[in-house]
Design a protein around this ligand. Structure first.
Ligand code: MN
Ligand code: MG
Length: 657
């Protein structure tokens, strides 16, 4: 997104050129009068230890991320504005293997420096807040990390102890609720003034659920909007000219108590002048069309300037304020906001970096980067069986099985103290690497033995986060009917019919574990690949059983899945966000790593919980990678043989139904 709300960037005036580069001066700096000043505040958010543009899961460079890149656009941004400040909006210390390496291997002793803080300290932050992930490794770990920060860290709604005070202002807070920084600004005539800029921070109250084991008994959280309404007046009493909210919380127009994504209603609190948002890993302005109170073009929430700067350093969030002297104080008279990316995409959607690494940031983490590379390449556990996806579309498969094992393990623990604790937990997972347009090498293939963190990217390609939904037995069947649309209809008694409908993406072929079923290929597909009803009377899913008995259509089930599916991705019948009971903060990938670490040795052998309904005298063909051959004998529940070669380097196989 590159939307600039009040004035397009094309209309910026060309300012002084430094070192040959044309600096586009922001119009506020150009037009500020003697009693006015342009104050630009820049946001990084949801960095998640992505200091370098390197994907440690895949063990290769990645130009869509990295504070080293975001940092190198700061210099240019500082030249565009007379006065600038820099803030961080939380979720800095967890989220990639560098963070895990520090937490699980190197540790944080008193006085140790965390690499993300070492990197951030080179950039001159004015203030930061904490995100929900700051609590993942416990409070004492967080305290030691924060001790290294050269800037204040604020959060107004995290309260020590087990009870909130009657009045929020009497809460014993874990952090300072806010700071007021005396910022020297130059006005339009070049004269310097002191402007008192107040920064107040907020964290989603849901950390008490997501990190209950680290937090319950030690701290409690308060509603974000309620907290702001109590503290902002005190900031004004203490002389804050401008009040800026560092809200590690997203944008949602549906109001509720203890809102997770409360930034819209936070912006409505009197006295707040600007809101930095985050947590959702989205971009604002640009990514939030059609919400009441949200101006997605101008970049305002309830009329106040706001921004959300993506994640992993993908964007720098900018709020530009034109402030004006008002008696002894200053007030905002105009504002713009913008989220500027560190990369663009060319005509083929290929990522083109806009900037290179800032050397100071790169140098700050050089040694830790090398240690992290050693960490991701070393085993974290063992697998007793090979993990491969060559047959994932035709039989139950270890690469899908392991994802479901990890998801069930994680969700069972998360719901153990909730109203859903007695419901059966199923899991839906799909093969991501299953040939197709990816080519004949595009399969998961991890041999039995040691598993390294870098192997996990091969198992779970996307940085999805875990979700759980509650649905009925009838809806479980419809979910599977939708999945079964990946197969062509097969005629009984005919040989060598093509099995796979190539228009149906493999990532929408969800296998549901925890139930057993058969797929009847003689029936037409009930749903199209887009999720429309194709044949309402069709029933491909047969013998659907839970616990060895036919599934009760009215019974309730928890299904572990990901944010894509639970949010309506793939248009599965009835599966959308109203069914979600758990919005876990962790990525499916992290959950798989933790599962492997926890188990020591995993056994991903498929349990053959699904197969095809037998059809006498009928065979079908499908194509997979050449390396499938070595695993053919392991495939359970299906009679399979080699049938020559397919096109484009694929191997062809025959299944006797
Ligand atoms: Mn985050
Ligand atoms: Mg299975």
């Amino acid at each position: 997104m590159n939307a600039s709300p009040f004035l397009s960037r094309r209309s910026f005036l060309a300012g002084s050129a430094a070192a040959g580069a044309i600096v586009m001066l922001h119009p506020f700096s150009a037009r500020a009068q003697a009693n006015q000043a342009h104050l630009r505040i820049m946001e990084t958010t949801d960095i998640h230890v992505a200091v370098l543009p390197y994907d440690y899961y895949a063990d290769k460079p990645n130009d869509t991320m990295g504070l080293a890149r975001t940092a190198s656009i700061i210099d240019g941004f500082r030249k565009e504005a007379t006065n600038t400040m820099l803030i961080d909006n939380g979720d800095y210390l967890q989220g990639n293997p560098m963070g895990d390496w520090i937490a699980y291997e190197r540790g944080m002793k008193d006085g140790d420096m965390h690499p993300v803080i070492a990197a951030m300290n080179t950039l001159g932050y004015d203030c930061g807040t904490v995100g929900n992930h700051e609590f993942n490794y416990g409070l004492s770990f967080l305290d030691k990390v924060n001790a290294g920060a050269s800037y204040p860290i604020v959060c107004a709604n995290l309260v020590k102890g087990t009870q909130l005070a009657a009045n929020p202002r009497d809460d014993k807070l874990y952090f300072k609720p806010y700071v007021i920084v005396d910022k020297t600004v130059a006005d339009g005539a070049g004269a310097e003034h002191k402007v008192r800029v107040g920064f107040i921070g907020f964290v989603p109250p849901q950390i008490m659920i997501w990190d209950s084991k680290n937090l319950v008994g030690n701290v409690v959280t308060r509603d974000i909007v309620e907290t702001a309404a109590a503290w902002v007046p005190q900031m004004k009493e203490e002389g804050a000219d401008i009040v800026v909210a560092l809200s590690h919380s997203g944008i949602d127009a549906k109001k509720s108590d203890l809102m997770e994504n409360a930034s819209l209603f936070l912006a409505g609190v009197e006295g707040i002048d600007a809101v930095f948002t985050g947590h959702q890993h989205l971009v604002f302005p640009g990514g939030f069309a059609g919400l009441e109170g949200v101006d997605n073009d101008k970049g305002t929430l309830m009329g106040k300037p706001a921004v959300q700067g993506g994640f992993w350093g993908s964007h720098m969030g900018l709020i530009d304020l034109l402030i004006q002297r008002d008696g002894n104080s200053w007030k905002v008279v105009d504002a713009t906001s913008e989220a500027r990316p560190i990369y663009t995409r060319d005509a083929d959607r290929k990522v083109v970096p806009s900037v290179q690494n800032l050397a100071a940031v790169e140098n700050a983490v050089k040694a830790d980067h090398e240690s992290t590379l050693a960490y991701i390449r070393a085993p974290v556990g063992n697998t007793s069986a090979p993990l491969y996806s060559y047959f994932a579309l035709v039989a139950d498969d270890p690469s899908v099985q392991i994802v479901s094992q990890a998801q069930i393990w994680y969700i069972k623990d998360l719901i153990k103290d909730t109203q859903w604790k007695d419901l059966p937990v199923l899991s839906a997972a799909a093969p991501f690497k299953a040939g197709g347009r990816g080519g004949p090498e595009y399969y998961t293939d991890v041999p039995a033995g040691a598993v390294a963190i870098k192997n996990v990217a091969d198992l779970y390609l996307y940085p999805n986060t875990v979700r759980a939904v509650v649905i009925t037995g009838a809806q479980v069947k419809e979910w599977l009917e939708m999945s079964a649309g990946i197969f062509n209809k097969v005629e009984a008694g005919k040989a060598d019919q093509p099995l796979i409908n190539l228009d149906f993406p493999s990532y929408n072929f969800d296998v549901i574990d925890g139930v057993t079923y058969k797929i009847d290929l003689s029936q037409p597909a009930k749903y199209t690949s887009k999720g429309e009803v194709a044949d309402a009377g069709a029933n491909r899913i047969a013998d659907l059983m839970y616990d060895g008995k036919p599934i009760d259509p009215a019974a309730k089930f928890v299904v572990a899945t990901n944010n894509y599916r639970a949010g309506g991705g793939g248009n599965f019948p009835d599966i959308k966000s109203d069914k979600i009971i758990v919005e876990a903060p962790d990525t499916n990938r992290d959950v798989i790593v933790r599962f492997i670490v926890d188990q020591g040795t995993i056994n991903p052998s498929a349990d053959a919980n699904w197969n095809f309904v037998p059809m006498a005298g009928t065979t079908v063909l499908f194509e997979t990678g050449q390396k499938a051959e070595q695993f053919m004998a392991d495939v359970k529940g299906v009679k399979i043989e080699r049938a020559g070669d397919g096109e484009g380097g694929f191997a062809r196989y025959r299944i006797t139904l």
